[in-house]
Design a protein around this ligand. Structure first.
Ligand code: ZN
Length: 479
């Protein structure tokens, strides 16, 4: 393989994990992150939407593969393998919050390439997805695990930041040597600090300064070695963050309903009535009749579970309950605002979405909406409480790996009070605005407004002059 890509454009994508776009904007306005501000001034800055569930792991898929994560096999941070498609899965369950992080790259559909496979040589550091990186996935080996694990489980955040900075150093040594066409660097301490101290806290701002420093360092290296002109740097995030004060015990509540529940870490529960997969922790999948290898759509479950759903949706911790009625219909329920359906239709010009207010307006869209393309479906929801809800609920619900019912937590709540080792004051995972919005800074002129993190992949390929025949969920903002 030759690394002589002289003259070719290169892209470094920096992921500011868990950084809210408004906090990033404040830091730029205050003059504390001058390199990022200069990048924005050369190009533009935006608030775009992540995928639902808004959580690290799945939410890396859109900006590395250009699709909704559920479409390539990753419906959540935790999910249940109903069809027994996985060779190694305790209790047929996945949790990328733990040791299953080893399986991330293999769990994703092999036929959909990552940006690291499209553009080579490539390099990844501290990225949940590193498949195809030609020159390493820094932060993912055994050695890294041993360095990071003690800090993680003690909640020792300064210890974590030291590990991260070591990984960043290794990344830049290779970056200078390889001059990758595509590289991705995650700065994860923003998320960890936000969980512990809040999403607007001073430590989060320190992590944003770390992003600024990394960008400046990349620019210095490229300029020093004579390839500064070819280097483009874009910044994005995987999910937002929102302060919480209350933690619901969804697991205990289901047991209180008399059900046998399989959920992390109780994966050895035999013959469960329901499998609960909380991930985020403000989102959950519920799988009914889990002994069956293929999913039933909801009409074949109801009415056995409808009473349970009524009690579920009226819990203060629960905002939305989404019931997967069929491959193309999701019913959304809210305790006060009633029921509606998100319907998808397939036509020659691509998918169209409708929002049908059967008995209320749970998504607060002001009434029914019909036959919206993906772009319009984003626009009509972008300013509201649930940005991009129609497309997100629809794509997630259709996945064979998704639960029969999806739950999104109410503001101020998450859903896993038991078994959560790290105390936290802020969360993500839900369909709520503050958890779904992420920043995007691009250093190039754009042709249209970026909408979703899925737009990043087709745009990056345009930047790098690479053609692809993948059916992306996003659209290039460069043309
Ligand atoms: Zn997090």
């Amino acid at each position: 393989m030759t690394h002589d890509t002289t003259g070719a454009r290169r892209l470094l994508l920096v992921v500011a994990d868990g950084v809210r776009p408004d906090v990033l904007a404040e830091e730029m306005e205050a003059g504390r992150v001058p390199t990022l501000a200069a990048l924005r001034d050369r190009g533009s800055a935006h608030q775009i939407t992540s995928s639902f569930p808004s959580v690290t792991g799945p939410a890396y898929v859109p900006f590395l593969m250009g699709t909704h994560p559920a479409r390539v096999g990753m419906p959540g941070l935790r999910w249940f393998d109903r069809s027994r498609s996985l060779r190694w899965a305790t209790g047929q369950s996945r949790s990328y919050a733990g040791i299953d992080i080893w399986h991330v790259d293999r769990d994703l559909a092999p036929e959909v390439p990552t940006l690291l496979e499209y553009a080579r040589p490539s390099l990844a550091a501290l990225s949940m997805i590193g498949r195809g990186a030609t020159h390493g996935r820094i932060g993912r080996g055994i050695g890294w695990m041993f360095r990071a694990a003690p800090a993680h489980f003690r909640g020792d955040l300064l210890g974590w930041r030291r590990v991260e900075q070591h990984a960043v150093n290794v990344f830049f040594e290779r970056f200078a040597r390889i001059r990758p066409r595509m590289s991705v660097l995650g700065i994860l301490s923003g998320d960890k600090f936000a969980h512990k101290f809040g999403p607007r806290s001073a430590p989060v701002r320190t992590a944003i300064a770390d992003v600024d420093a990394a960008v400046a360092r990349a620019q210095r290296i490229a300029a020093r070695d004579g390839w500064g002109e070819s280097l483009h740097i874009w910044i994005t995030g995987d999910h937002g963050h929102d302060a919480i004060t209350q933690h619901d015990d969804l697991h205990g509540w289901l047991e209180g309903e008399g059900l046998r529940v399989r959920a992390h870490p109780r994966l050895t529960v035999k013959n469960p009535d329901v499998v609960l997969m909380v991930g985020g922790n403000a989102m959950a999948h519920l799988y009914f009749t889990p002994s069956e290898r293929s999913r039933r759509w909801w009409s074949n479950h109801a009415p056995a579970w409808d009473g349970l759903l009524d009690r579920l949706v009226s819990r203060p911790a629960i905002d939305l309950v989404a019931v997967n009625v069929s491959a193309d219909v999701v019913q959304v329920r809210h305790a006060g605002r009633g029921h509606a359906e998100v319907r998808r239709a397939h036509g020659a010009g691509g998918a169209r979405w409708s929002y049908v207010c059967t008995n209320g307006d749970p998504l607060e869209l002001g009434g029914s909406l019909h036959h919206l393309d993906a772009c319009t479906a984003w626009e009509v929801t972008a300013a509201g409480r649930y940005p991009d809800a129609l497309v997100q609920l629809s794509l997630l619900g259709a996945s064979a790996r998704s639960g029969d019912v999806l739950v999104s937590a109410a503001e101020g709540w998450d859903l896993r009070s038991r078994f959560e080792p790290v105390p936290h004051v802020s969360t993500h995972g839900a369909l709520l605005r503050d958890q779904m919005l992420v920043p995007l800074i691009v250093d190039t002129p754009i042709a249209r407004t970026p909408q979703r993190t899925t737009d990043i992949v087709p745009s990056a390929l345009d930047l790098l002059s690479i053609t692809a025949d993948t059916a992306f969920d996003g659209r290039s903002f460069l043309r």
